[in-house]
Design a protein around this ligand. Structure first.
Ligand SMILES: [Zn+2]
Ligand SMILES: [Zn+2]
Length: 129
């Protein structure tokens, strides 16, 4: 299956083939601020699974020790995909930006200690520190 994720306004999109190598939530402060939500939902694909990018992505180099570059729409501001030195050779895509068809169910959550107290996740998902 090939899936396409796009920003809110539709000017930036990324298409990926097959299932993600990692499909997980992250509760860290940065993911919460980046998304404005209770967690980030990230799907990592091998770079060779990226079928195409439509539109021009703006880049934000996150000032952290491990290089991390976020790519976002310069018109609507949605962060759509990124790369991180923690997972070289892979592209992370915002999981919620896949709508038709949607992304498969996440399989794990990270930074569990930062999880919002009111949030309950499926028991089958491993909770990583
Ligand atoms: Zn946009
Ligand atoms: Zn995070």
């Amino acid at each position: 299956v090939t899936r396409r994720a796009r920003c809110c306004c539709g000017r930036l999109a990324i298409s990926v083939a097959g299932e993600p190598v990692l499909n997980a939530l992250c509760h860290c402060d940065d993911c919460r601020r980046r998304t404005g939500s209770a967690f980030g939902w990230s799907a990592y694909f091998r770079d060779d699974q990226v079928v195409g990018v439509e539109g021009a992505a703006f880049e934000y180099a996150v000032p952290v020790a491990t290089p991390q570059v976020r790519r976002f729409c310069g018109d609507c501001g949605s962060t759509l995909f990124w790369s991180t030195g923690n997972f070289p050779g892979h592209t992370g895509v915002a999981g919620g930006a896949f709508l038709d068809p949607p992304l498969s169910e996440p399989t794990a959550a990270y930074r569990a200690a930062k999880r919002c107290a009111w949030l309950t996740l499926p028991a089958a998902w491993p909770q990583h520190p």
